[in-house]
Design a protein around this ligand. Structure first.
Ligand SMILES: Nc1ncnc2c1ncn2[C@@H]1O[C@H](COP(=O)(O)OP(=O)(O)OP(=O)(O)O)[C@@H](O)[C@H]1O
Length: 575
């Protein structure tokens, strides 16, 4: 790349000298200068063609490297609260540097732009030397305005991209609304509610909010072009006149004069071109935002990747005076105290928004309490690098990976997939019949765009997520956390599942969140969360005898179920 760039940038000066040489030999044998000039021309062509491919290769390698750096930084922190902040989300989008808009440039393009700019100075020195050989005083006359021109071009592009980056929020929304009509999952609702026109207008509004100021600036840039033209034409015209006058009046060599003229032109064309500046300035945000993300998302010492670790028994887990909120003005946990005994099957119930899922996220360590501690056998889980390997979690919003069934399950535990263990997890999750019905069984891709690929129903995806967690349990995890793992399952499948989970005895602690109270009644203990703390705690019988909120909820659900309704309850129904 560097060699090619050097050839490209020095060819104008060599061409200028060769042209001058040719002109001095016109009356005699001009074979040698003609050959040199032809070689310069040929080399320029070959270099021009091959450099495009090499540039593309270099750009894609640099961009790939940058993208994996962004992905590494984005997934490097053990907690997720910082990732959820809007400003960090914006930084991530900007650092990803997707060339989704015509003005945005990638780091690869920027890096190449910077390299070419550097090489341009080599070409500049060569051209300036040719001009200087003819007349040293002509060098500053040409160089000073050329540098001024370059300064103005850089300032213009800086301003362009500053305005562009200032509308980033609109750009983000523009992309969001623009991608919505293309998604399979959104297609139904958009049609049912007749949202097509509304969506297109919204998309266009955001586009204009973002780009109108940019276009306004660019129009001003276009209007200023004549000043830039004057800045290059005036000194060039002065140089041309001086060279022509001296050549005519003093009879100096036409060849040397024409070499000087060509080199003078070279100085301006080298400094005036704005393509590299645009690429450099356009890619600046992607690069500086990655640097800022590196600062902000610096992993803590114990944020090492999850490893298998030595399997050990389930610990005593203690939530000690936990306070937590996603934002300071909306506390979710307000002094929560809870012990989870080793091997216990604990059910957590409560109304929507009571904080049940938040409890699982705190237990998984993806959020840290604002105050208080979560201890596992006396050690704060925040200080335990192995903590994650002891947990298997099915989050409410688990990921549906577009991989095969087996690959989806194997993600539950690092290392080489164990097929026997995968099959065991599939059966335990009640997913065996579904897998047996698939043409390629465990190797079936769960992606309809792939050959032989299928999609699963909501309940089947949930069983698959459960199988992933059970695979992790088989490979050494000792705490199984299930956040509404059966919301999409029918009552019988759900019952079978919980009967099977009961078979792990003291080797596994299970924390189960469910709205279906008939499911959790067999748990060793049930805790009811309300107002950021444990409001009731005991076995089903104890809580029924207490006659509190749990008993009320249970009775209502039982009545509804008897009358043929769904047995879920919303808070308002109790009032
Ligand atoms: N990522 C988040 N950012 C900001 N607020 C959140 C976030 N997740 C949850 N919340 C808020 O925290 C509170 C507790 O939510 P959580 O999901 O823990 O409740 P839940 O008991 O699991 O509810 P549900 O039964 O509906 O699943 C709610 O008020 C919710 O709006």
């Amino acid at each position: 790349m560097v060699v090619q760039g050097l050839i490209m940038e020095t060819l104008p000066a060599v061409g200028a000298v060769a042209t001058g040489w040719l002109l001095t030999r016109l009356d005699g044998d001009f074979t040698a200068p003609l050959i040199v000039l032809g070689a310069v021309f040929l080399l320029g062509q070959i270099n021009g063609i091959s450099s495009r491919w090499i540039a593309l290769l270099a750009i894609s390698r640099i961009d790939n490297h940058h993208k994996s750096a962004v992905a590494t930084v984005a997934t490097g922190t053990s907690t997720v609260e910082i990732i959820e902040r809007q400003e960090v989300q914006n930084l991530l989008k900007s650092a990803a540097a997707d060339p989704g808009a015509w003005t945005e440039k990638t780091p690869g393009q920027g890096a190449l732009g910077a390299l070419y700019i550097l090489l341009r100075y080599v070409g500049l020195i060569a051209s300036a030397s040719v001009v200087g050989a003819w007349s040293p005083w002509l060098v500053p006359i040409l160089l000073l305005p050329a540098f001024a021109l370059r300064g103005i071009v850089i300032r213009m592009w800086k301003r362009h991209f500053r305005i562009y980056a200032g509308g980033f929020e609109h750009h983000r929304r523009y992309r969001y609304w623009g991608e919505m009509p293309l998604k399979r999952s959104e297609a139904k609702e958009l049609r049912v509610f007749g949202l097509s026109e509304w969506l297109v207008n919204r998309h266009q509004d955001e586009l204009h909010n973002h780009l109108d100021p940019v276009w306004e600036n660019d129009r001003a840039m276009a209007r200023a072009q004549w000043r830039l033209a004057a800045l290059s034409l005036l000194p060039l015209a002065a140089a041309f006149c001086a060279i022509a006058y001296t050549t005519a009046a003093q009879g100096s060599s036409v060849g040397v004069a024409s070499a000087a003229l060509t080199a003078a032109w070279g100085i301006f064309s080298l400094l005036a071109s704005s393509g590299e500046v645009m690429n450099m300035e356009g890619s600046r945000h992607g690069i500086t935002d990655l640097a800022e993300l590196r600062e902000r998302l610096r992993p803590a010492e114990h944020d090492r990747p999850r490893t298998g670790g030595e399997p050990s028994g389930p610990p005593l887990i203690r939530f000690e005076d936990i306070a937590f909120g996603y934002s300071p003005d909306a506390p979710v946990m307000k002094g929560l105290n809870l012990d989870i005994r080793p091997g216990e099957r604990l059910a957590v119930v409560g109304f929507n928004g009571a904080g049940k899922s938040t409890l699982t996220k705190l237990l998984a360590g993806v959020y840290r309490p604002t105050s208080g501690r979560i201890l596992a056998d006396g050690t704060d889980i925040a200080d335990d690098p192995q903590w994650r390997s002891r947990l298997a979690v099915v989050f409410q919003d688990f990921i549906k990976y577009q991989l095969t069934v087996a690959e989806n399950i194997a993600l539950g535990s690092p290392g080489a997939p164990d097929l026997d263990s995968i099959r065991k997890a599939v059966d335990e999750a009640g997913f065996g019949d579904v897998v047996d019905g698939l043409e390629s069984g465990l190797d079936t891709p769960l992606d309809r765009s792939r050959t032989g690929g299928v999609d699963l129903s909501g309940g089947q995806w949930q069983q698959l997520a459960l199988a992933r967690a059970l695979y992790a349990v088989d490979r050494g995890a000792r705490i199984l956390v299930l956040d509404e793992p059966t919301a999409h399952l029918d009552v019988r499948t759900e019952k079978d599942l919980f009967d099977r989970l009961g078979g792990h005895d003291e080797h596994l602690t299970t924390v189960l969140i469910s709205h279906r109270l008939s499911t959790v009644r067999d748990a060793d203990r049930i805790v009811l969360l309300a107002d950021g703390a444990v409001a009731e705690s005991g076995t089903h019988d104890e809580l029924m005898a207490l006659g509190g909120t749990y008993a009320h909820m249970f009775n209502l659900q039982a009545e509804r179920y008897k009358s043929g309704f769904d047995d879920r309850l919303e808070e308002g129904e109790l009032r």
